[in-house]
Design a binder for this molecule. Structure first.
Ligand code: MEV
Length: 309
């Protein structure tokens, strides 16, 4: 069955706890509903194909070789549903910048999986889809915590601890985030490996830093639930400082974070894998334009806005 609307999935941003979440500390992430990946199927006569800008791949169901993340996504869906590949071309398009900490890989795979389910007239519930997309995430990130696929598949704010049941996050008072893009693509896999290296070389120094991030995340959850935005902003700043100590910031990220704070943001920090990619700033609506202008002045190549709650 060819659906009339494209299937889709949102981008995500991590508010607190990236990197430490890999070491089983809690983290908080929210979907960005306005920034999405889409997948749309059209009939063809030559088996299952996946296309995107600069990409046209046939899906070979008889291989165990990990070739392309999108081919793997399709194979996992077919295997889960015990289905044969349909004669369709699924075209992917995405507004989410790649390699920038916004979950582009997980969003594209999730949209593709949903479009394929639609074509087959079958459903995979979010719990199973999340497990499936996590398998694909391993291609992108090596040893992912699972937070990206979880927030993207469920499309709701999450308080996430690796391998624990998902906890929903209540939002006491809606708030506005600006997402500032440094324009530098960055490999999450490399940043995670960098922190691993640091940890293995000096666990006595690094473990307390990870514990301190975990403590910040617990306080942040309470601040979000109580609508205490001033406290939330301060916690963002402390989280950023610890991420910098973990070597995952960059001069550009530090510049954008400082510019946002100077222009009146309640707090700012890098978001996601770091070493490039994006930062976030918590702003009161009346200062939004001012902070946005300061971020552009300080070198942001793109600004996205999202309302949380
Ligand atoms: C990437 O969006 C978040 C990291 O914590 C990696 C992960 O959780 O898998 C850096």
């Amino acid at each position: 069955m060819i659906a009339s609307n494209p299937a889709s999935a949102p981008a995500k941003t991590i508010l607190f706890g990236e990197h430490a979440v890999v070491y089983r500390q809690p983290a908080i992430a929210v979907p960005i509903a306005g920034l999405r990946a889409f997948a749309e199927a059209a009939p063809n006569q030559n088996g299952l194909r996946i296309t995107a800008a600069d990409l046209d791949i046939p899906v070979n169901v008889d291989t165990e070789t990990v070739d392309h993340a999108l081919a793997l996504t399709a194979r996992l869906v077919l295997k889960f549903l015990n289905a044969s590949p349909p004669d369709v071309t699924i075209n992917i398009r995405s507004d989410i910048p790649i390699a920038s900490g916004l979950g582009s890989g997980a969003a594209v795979s999730t949209a593709l999986a949903r479009a394929l389910c639609d074509v087959l007239g079958q459903q995979i519930d979010d719990t199973d889809l999340n497990t499936l997309i996590y398998e694909v995430e391993k291609i992108h990130h090596g040893t992912p915590s699972g937070i990206d696929n979880t927030v993207i598949v469920y499309e709701r704010p999450v308080y996430f601890i690796r391998d624990q049941p998902l906890e929903t996050l209540m939002i006491g008072q809606p708030f506005t985030l600006l997402i500032g893009d440094t324009g530098q693509s960055a490999s999450t896999r490399a940043a995670v490996a960098g922190v691993r290296d640091l940890y293995e070389r000096d666990p006595q120094r690094v473990q307390p830093m990870l514990d301190a991030i975990g403590e910040i995340v617990r306080h942040a959850r309470s601040a979000i639930e109580h609508g205490d935005l001033a406290a939330l902003g301060k916690l963002m700043q402390r989280n950023h400082d610890l991420l910098r100590d973990l070597t995952v910031s960059s001069p550009e990220l530090d510049t954008l974070v400082a510019a946002a704070a100077k222009a009146g943001a309640l707090g700012a920090k890098l978001s996601g894998g770091g070493r490039g990619g994006n930062m976030i700033a918590l702003v009161m609506p009346e200062l939004r334009e001012q902070v946005e202008a300061a971020l552009l002045d300080a070198g942001a190549v793109h600004i996205y806005t999202t309302e949380v709650g």
